[in-house]
Write a protein that binds this ligand. Structure first.
Ligand code: 16G
Ligand code: MG
Length: 537
């Protein structure tokens, strides 16, 4: 038997799989109760080694996090060399390895995947690992490292990192032109760029809800690099007491459309919330009357998209700016982008990897999910055009050149997106109320339905329609037709064991009626479990 096989078998023995659990590499990797993840981590270690070997020894990233999910959960996802999500065709291997029943089967799969992908097993492998603040993180990273070591990878454990920092470092290790592959390199790059972007403008002041997660210590670190350029107050930064994401953070704010707990909003101040691993951000403010106003990912697209289009035009550059959204984008945001800004808008399935891929088709692609995850990406040609332009408005060129370096192109990044938004607001001299006034949201509602088997739901047309269960779509269409400007769609969650129902319509009442009627249909026709969704009014 080969030494590697023996090493994989020996180490696997310390990571037995629980009986009767089925694992799936979903939208953002494996994600579930942390108690069930130990064997998965070991096996993901093996897969990361294979992935690195398959790419000629390029560095692969592994991030241990469950993002906005409760603190008892954890998860793991792989990052490809340029900082993008793992190539989709490899997700199946991840799922297969995680579900192997015996240690022998784990070892067999390691070699059969290598064979199928024609991987040279003598090739060296290199992997960097990061984790968020979850208490289960350290032990899970140790299991991951067992897998990496058994399969002979060179491992760098980066310790606590935000998800986007891990993506950034992975990218820089493979592409030094992107930056210095350290956390300091990350702070230096984006803070220098921000300072250049807002030079000469009045410094802004922001309060940031860090969801009691890794964003808190990291944002504090960044502030020392930013100096006087930005006045940041970090709130909800208790990473010690197991209250991660509890009634705080971007997901809580977006889903409930209300402010997080832990602090009060002064009228017309600038506020934002990160999620637990700091790859999502939403903004908000309270008006003079104390009413809460949410500025979500759609708003970020509108603000940043419009600013970039205008600046590209001022700079006299011929670059096509395009926007990518998902079905969750508010209909009026799409309307604003298409009709007022006249910018092409494409739609993809939910999940960053889909949006990112589509955004690569434009010279400058702007993508944000409504939940606040997104970024802006520049094609190599666009980057060169901006860098080398000799004519055109100097100020506009200066803005674009600094903006490129504030943006973390590898993935949505709460810290970097915060600076991008603030940079635009500073240039516009806008308060959040001015930003809010760009368009008015259509009333929308999200409802979760628990069903016996969510995998029975299959969507088509960028999640907007159901192909299975048969007949359900026709029933949904009939309900949508009853309300003005109605839209509703149903899709299985990739991160939770639920089916999500989205609805929007001209009025709040029509919207809620539509949402709960469709949720009721799903419950009745697809084996609902527990309580039938009922309108809470
Ligand atoms: C994950 C995705 C996010 C998506 C969300 C949908 C990444 C990094 N994150 O958080 O893009 O919006 O899942 O969740 O891909 P759902 O499938 O539970 O609705
Ligand atoms: Mg996240």
């Amino acid at each position: 038997m080969s030494n590697v096989r023996q090493a994989i078998l020996d180490a696997s023995a310390a990571h037995p799989a629980p009986a009767g659990v089925h694992y799936t590499y979903g939208t953002a990797g494996f994600r579930m109760n942390a108690d069930l993840l130990d064997p998965v981590m070991y096996r993901v270690g093996l897969l990361a080694t294979l992935r690195s070997k398959a790419l000629g020894g390029k560095v692969i990233g592994v991030m241990v996090t469950a993002s906005h999910n409760p603190v008892r959960d954890n998860g793991v996802k792989l990052v490809d060399p340029m900082g993008e999500m793992l190539k989709q065709s490899w997700e199946g291997y991840a799922t297969q390895l995680a579900n192997a029943q015996t240690h022998e089967e784990v070892a067999d799969l390691y070699f059969s995947i290598a064979q199928e992908c024609e991987i040279d097993l003598d090739q060296s492998a290199s992997v960097v690992v990061g984790r968020d603040t979850r208490p289960s993180g350290e032990a899970l990273v140790a299991s991951l490292i067992d897998g990496l070591t058994a399969s002979g990878a060179i491992v760098t454990d980066l310790g606590l990192k935000t998800t986007p920092q891990l993506h950034f470092v992975t990218r820089c290790l493979n592409d030094p032109s992107y930056g210095t592959p350290t956390e300091e390199g990350y702070y230096q790059k984006i803070s220098d760029a921000y300072k250049t972007l807002v030079a000469g403008l009045e410094p802004l002041k922001i309060t940031v809800d860090c969801a009691h997660g890794v964003g808190a210590p990291k944002l504090r670190d960044l502030t020392t690099y930013l100096g006087d350029a930005l006045d940041v107050t970090v709130v909800n930064g208790d990473v010690e007491h197991g209250i991660l994401n509890y009634h705080v953070g971007a997901d809580f704010v977006k889903v409930n459309v209300k402010q997080p707990e832990g602090f009060d909003l002064a009228p017309n101040g600038i506020y934002c919330s990160f999620d637990g691993d700091a790859d999502r951000i939403v903004f908000y403010y309270a008006d003079e009357a104390g009413a809460f106003h949410l500025l979500d990912g759609d708003r970020i697209t509108a603000l940043v998209g419009a600013f970039i289009i205008e600046t590209v035009r001022q700079a006299g550059l011929d670059l096509q700016v395009g926007v990518v959204q998902t079905a969750y984008a508010n209909g009026n945001s799409t309307h604003y982008l298409r009709d007022s800004l006249q910018v092409p808008v494409a739609f993809t399935q939910t999940g960053v990897k889909h949006l990112h891929h589509k955004a690569e088709e434009y010279d400058i692609g702007v993508y944000f999910e409504a939940n606040g995850h997104g970024t802006v990406i520049f094609s190599t040609a666009a980057r060169n055009t901006i860098r080398n332009a000799t004519h055109g408005d100097a100020k506009a060129l200066h803005i674009l050149r600094s903006l490129i370096n504030v943006i973390n192109e590898t993935v949505g990044d709460a810290i970097s997106d915060m600076l991008v938004v603030l940079g635009v607001l500073a240039h516009r001299q806008w308060a959040l109320a001015d930003w809010d006034a760009l368009y008015k949201d259509l009333p929308s509602r999200l409802v979760k339905v628990v069903v016996g088997n969510r995998h029975a739901f299959k969507t088509i047309n960028a999640d907007t329609q159901l192909e299975e269960p048969a007949d359900l779509q026709a029933r949904i269409d009939a309900e949508v037709a009853k309300v003005s400007r109605g839209r509703s769609f149903v899709r299985p969650s990739g991160t939770e064991d639920v089916v999500r129902v989205y609805a929007e319509a001209e009025t709040r009442e029509e919207c809620d009626t539509l949402a709960y009627t469709v949720a009721g249909l799903v419950f009745d026709l697809a084996g609902g479990v527990g309580e039938r969704p009922a309108e809470f009014l």
